[in-house]
Design a protein around this ligand. Structure first.
Ligand SMILES: [Zn+2]
Length: 198
């Protein structure tokens, strides 16, 4: 039987997304065998995250300052807000360097299955930001999943009476995507969103 310490760590790790109890136990053993090369590094990195990272009260981004670096960057267009499901989506979009406005992280997506309701997301905080004024465009950048699109429609409805332009990411063929490899949903979206040539 494993020691209590190992059990406690295994339980903690098994709560991570994508890690079940079996893989968590394997990770614990792997770390114990690599005390100096992996375990110490991981401890340092975790301590740094604990001590320096905070959630931005305005947009929900995770950064070393609150408000975050994006919210306080004067070069960014404060009139445009891009709404995403998770912080990871914000980072992915921002890596692409195409959107120059600010963001709003919902903290998830509406899901009847998982019991996620509108009040579980930061929709009210988004409306509050818009009510404060100075925002022209809200770009809904939800995932192209059923739940993502349900969330986008719900927010679009809530925004109907606000003086903002609501836009959405175009869903279509990925760059370099070959038709043969695409799933039917992506293909159907691409056909529905077809536009004149040239
Ligand atoms: Zn922020």
């Amino acid at each position: 039987m494993a020691s209590q310490e190992i059990e406690t760590l295994t339980v903690a790790l098994s709560r991570l997304p994508g890690l079940g109890p079996r893989s968590a136990r394997r990770a614990v053993l792997w770390l114990i065998k690599r005390r100096e090369t992996a375990l110490v590094q991981l401890l340092d990195a975790l301590a740094k995250v604990r001590d320096t990272l905070v959630e931005c009260d305005t947009c929900g981004n995770v950064d070393t300052t609150n408000p975050c670096g994006i919210c306080t960057d004067p070069r960014r267009d404060a009139r445009s807000i891009c709404v995403v499901e998770e912080v990871a989506d914000l980072w992915a979009l921002d890596r692409a360097k195409l959107f120059t406005g600010r963001y709003h992280v919902l903290g998830g997506r509406l899901s009847a299955l998982d019991g996620v309701r509108p009040e579980d997301l930061t929709i009210d905080r988004l409306l509050h930001r818009i009510e404060e004024g100075g925002i022209d465009e809200v770009l809904l950048a939800m995932n192209a999943t059923l739940e993502g699109q349900t969330t986008a429609h719900y927010i679009a409805e809530r925004l109907e009476n606000y003086p903002v332009r609501v836009t959405q990411l175009a869903h279509g063929l990925p760059v370099g995507g070959e038709l043969d490899y695409l799933d039917e949903g992506t293909l159907a979206q691409a056909i529905r969103a077809r536009r004149p040539l040239g």
